[in-house]
Ligand binder design. Structure first.
Ligand code: NAD
Length: 335
């Protein structure tokens, strides 16, 4: 099988490429990534010379290049490529629409033109909006995105749905909760807090810190996508989550405790505009219909993840310069 994986130098995409090459050593992966600030070829060092991994630096909005790549006998497209950070989408929404909506459409056109066997759109629970104190997102929950990021992902998802309904394109959409694990860019909650705590810097927590996210270890997300590629019913949406709802401040306190740092590093900052209060995934469909099961327990997974960032400080210190520092100062001020 030949897979075209987009965004395969980012956090989840690179974990997915490594996972698939291990699970299916005979599959060929063409990994397309524009290497934006979030893409990092260091994540893929261990498969640099793998005979079944080909990296191509390209932008998914580049129609001619996507056509050329898909024409080379691709069976399945897995679309991870995206602008993925909510805070950046508030600062600069346009690039989110370009990549997450127009880029998806370019890939769908190529998929259609060359009759691929499946298009998997990797999406997020954030397209469903925010939950109150009770209830969970199911695949039937109406889309109600609140940030430019989630709105652009919802736009991409709706195009995927429309290409299935209108043109009969064989598609699946997956909507996963928050991921954690190795190679996550240090602007996201867990690696941001670990890296700042290690440097005894204040940890900026939005609002009252009681916003709830549902966490899943990245490898469990990868195994779910692997199953959807092989067993997902054409045209269906699958929610992915491991029933691990935690408040943001619980995550930060866990990190501080694990690193032996004081809670006094926590600094509450003005809440993010449009900040969703709670996400929670009902994973019943993928567990019962496809037999998916997460393998990682949150309390041990988070500790392993903290250890990974401790042991790979070179990886994130190299990233935290230049553009990153500039972004951080715009977002939180130069604390
Ligand atoms: P990431 O920001 O770490 O990686 C995104 C990758 O896409 C980067 O390597 C970047 O260089 C690449 N990219 C960006 N624009 C591109 C373009 N125009 N053309 C080609 N490549 C481009 O993001 P992530 O956290 O790994 O998320 C991957 C996907 O999973 C996204 O679609 C995101 O919406 C979805 N998702 C993420 C989470 C999460 O918790 N991180 C949860 C659910 C779904």
């Amino acid at each position: 099988m030949k897979l075209l994986v987009t965004g395969g130098a980012g956090f989840i995409g690179s974990n997915f490429v490594l996972y698939m090459l291990e699970q299916h050593p005979d599959y060929h992966i063409v990994n397309v990534d524009a290497l934006t600030y979030a893409g990092n070829l260091e994540n893929l060092k261990s498969v640099e010379n793998h005979p079944n991994h080909t990296f191509v630096k390209a932008d998914i909005t580049d129609r001619a290049e996507m056509d050329r790549l898909v024409a080379q006998g691709v069976d399945v497209i897995v679309n991870f490529a995206a602008e993925s950070h909510v805070d950046r989408s508030i600062l600069e929404p346009e690039v989110f629409v370009n990549t997450n909506v127009l880029g998806t459409q370019v890939l769908l056109d190529a998929a259609r033109k060359y009759n691929i066997t499946k298009f998997v759109q990797v999406s997020t629970d954030e397209v469903y909006g925010s939950l109150g104190d009770t209830g969970l997102f199911t695949e039937d929950t109406p889309l109600s995105p609140n940030s430019p990021y989630s709105a652009s992902k919802a736009g991409g998802d709706l195009l995927v749905r429309a290409y299935h309904e209108t043109f009969g394109l064989p598609v699946n959409i997956t909507r996963c909760s928050n991921n954690y694990g190795p190679y996550q860019f240090p602007e996201k909650l867990i690696p941001l807090m670990i890296s700042r705590a290690l440097n005894d810097q204040p940890l900026p927590v939005y609002g009252d810190g009681l916003n709830i996210r549902d966490w899943l270890y990245v490898e469990d997300h990868c195994s779910a996508i692997d199953l959807v590629i092989h067993k997902g019913q054409i045209g269906e949406v699958y929610n992915i989550g491991g029933n691990n709802e935690r408040t943001n401040v619980y995550i930060v306190e866990t990190i501080l405790e694990e690193l032996g740092k004081p809670d006094s590093l926590i600094t509450y900052v003005q809440d993010r505009p449009g900040h969703d209060r709670r996400y929670g995934i009902d994973p019943h469909k993928i567990t019962s219909e496809l037999g998916w099961k997460p393998m990682h327990n949150f309390e041990t997974g988070i500790k392993e993840t903290i250890r990974w960032y401790l042991n790979n400080q070179d990886w994130w210190t190299r990233i935290q310069s230049g553009e990153y520092q500039d972004y951080y100062n715009r977002q939180y001020g130069s604390r």
